[in-house]
Design a protein around this ligand. Structure first.
Ligand SMILES: [Zn+2]
Length: 310
């Protein structure tokens, strides 16, 4: 069961603000599942066998299989798909603790885990965007740009236990970085601390810019929906010949998309009392961009794993 939580920031007062905001944390479970489904289908037989083996070493492997089919191949695919959501799932799991909070409460180390941190700051890299000349902020590591390359580098050199911990994180962060708002924070004179990847751009009582983009591939987590969306996305966006495998380039693309397709409504932030009204056609375009990004994320995840786990 996936629980809702927030995109926590390292600054305490931000965390306090976020506690009153609706859930927002990267493509929702649907988006991450679709990306994993697209990638899994494109793993070479040897890589797929290696991935299937690694997942079995994960301490939460049994939980991955909760609703899995009995057929062995379908079961392995289901585990890979659920694993992609694990880094979000632990945000609401009491076994884990939020190392980015000032009022943090460490939990006991359990067998099989390197640590029990939620690592909420691994999910994004805030390229600063300052369209009205505000002073841009800066995100210190650890973040997606430090951690994802590290885990990709090490996955074929570390123990199976460490690799099994890294794998869901690689699946997950790779996906997150294809959601443009995981690659940016916008700084305005009226919002000098930044908008936390659109979390502080208010669209309504329970909605903000970040959550709109997280949900742009839908909210249905059923395998039939995931499989259908995956098929449609790859049909609409065939695999390019050259696949970019550098996370730094993925972030740069996400940042460009943020400028061209996300922050297209001007220097507004909305508020509780006066939520931002997006231009007509905005959501339709978000769904279009999301579909292309999700297809690309699937191809790239497969390419990275095929390259590293051969
Ligand atoms: Zn995430």
């Amino acid at each position: 069961m996936l629980s809702s939580t927030f995109r926590m920031r390292s600054l305490g007062f931000f965390t306090a603000w976020l506690a009153i905001l609706p859930s927002a944390f990267g493509w929702n479970a649907t988006g991450h599942r679709i990306i994993a489904a697209i990638a899994y289908e494109r793993l070479n037989p040897k890589t797929r066998a290696r991935v299937d083996e690694l997942i079995k070493h994960h301490p939460d492997y049994v939980a991955f299989l909760r609703d899995a089919p009995t057929d062995p191949a379908a079961r392995a695919r289901a585990a890979f798909i659920v694993a992609a959501v694990w880094p979000d799932a632990i945000k609401g799991d009491p076994r884990f603790w939020d190392d980015t909070r000032i009022d943090r409460h460490p939990t006991p180390l359990l067998p099989g885990f390197p640590d029990m941190k939620r690592h909420t700051n691994w999910h994004y890299y805030d390229t600063p965007y300052a369209p009205d000349g505000a002073e841009p902020g800066h995100q210190d590591p650890p973040h997606a740009l430090s951690e994802l390359p590290r885990m990709i580098r090490e996955i074929n050199r570390v123990s199976d236990d460490t690799a099994s911990y890294d794998l869901p994180w690689i699946e997950h962060i790779e996906g997150d970085l294809h959601q443009p708002l995981h690659c940016v924070s916008r700084f305005l004179k009226s919002q000098p601390k930044g908008d936390a990847g659109g979390n502080f751009v208010i669209l309504g009582e329970r909605s903000n810019l970040h959550s709109l983009w997280d949900d742009a591939a839908g909210r249905d987590v059923s395998d039939s929906y995931v499989t259908k969306y995956a098929a449609e996305a790859v049909a609409a966006h065939p695999r390019p010949k050259k696949i970019e495998k550098d996370p730094k380039k993925w972030i740069k693309e996400g940042f460009e998309l943020a400028k061209s397709d996300v922050y297209t409504f001007g220097n507004e932030t909305g508020s509780r009392d006066y939520p931002l009204r997006l231009p007509s056609g905005y959501e339709e375009n978000a769904r279009r961009v999301a579909q292309a990004q999700i297809a690309m994320a699937g191809y790239r995840l497969a390419a990275v794993l095929n390259y590293k786990l051969k």
